[in-house]
Design a protein around this ligand. Structure first.
Ligand code: CMP
Length: 139
């Protein structure tokens, strides 16, 4: 069945000029860009988005990092695109992510308290619906 996933090019990805490459990989895979916006997220939006991580040691550094500059928020659409984008992205730790993936090809550890791993992708249809509501209310 056709799914939607909420993808973010995080501030490190936008700062490094990788937005186009990330979007190109999504399109080359055969997924559709259904909605897109560039914005610097405020704390309230990030608290909603990262609610499940509240209290974890990397939570505050994560919110600080994510609000440090513009992100590119995208609704990606396609058959099994949630799992598909996560495979494109690679594992969370960019040092360990497989070459061929976005994080494996373009990311590394920068010695910060938060993993600056270029992209976010929803991990389930439930998270996707929730996250799309946060970034694209009304979609
Ligand atoms: P994301 O998929 O956006 O979800 C939570 C984010 O927190 C994750 O990507 C990383 O950027 C960051 N993160 C997850 N685990 C850790 C960790 N153990 N240490 C630091 N940052 C982390």
């Amino acid at each position: 069945t056709t799914e939607r996933s909420l993808v973010l090019v995080k501030p490190d990805g936008v700062r490094r000029g990788l937005t186009g490459q990330v979007l190109a990989r999504i399109e080359a895979k055969g997924y559709t860009l259904a909605a897109l916006q560039i914005l610097t997220p405020d704390r309230a939006r990030l608290e909603q988005h990262y609610a499940e991580h509240e209290g974890k040691p990397f939570y505050e550094p994560l919110l600080e990092f994510m609000s440090s500059g513009p992100v590119c928020a995208v609704v990606v659409e396609g058959e099994r695109c949630i799992e598909g984008f996560r495979a494109l992205a690679g594992t969370t730790d960019p040092t360990a992510a497989a070459p061929g993936s976005i994080r494996g090809d373009l990311g590394r550890d920068w010695g910060s308290k938060v993993q600056q791993n270029i992209v976010h992708g929803s991990d389930s249809p439930e998270s996707a619906a929730r996250e799309i509501g946060i970034w694209f209310p009304g979609l």
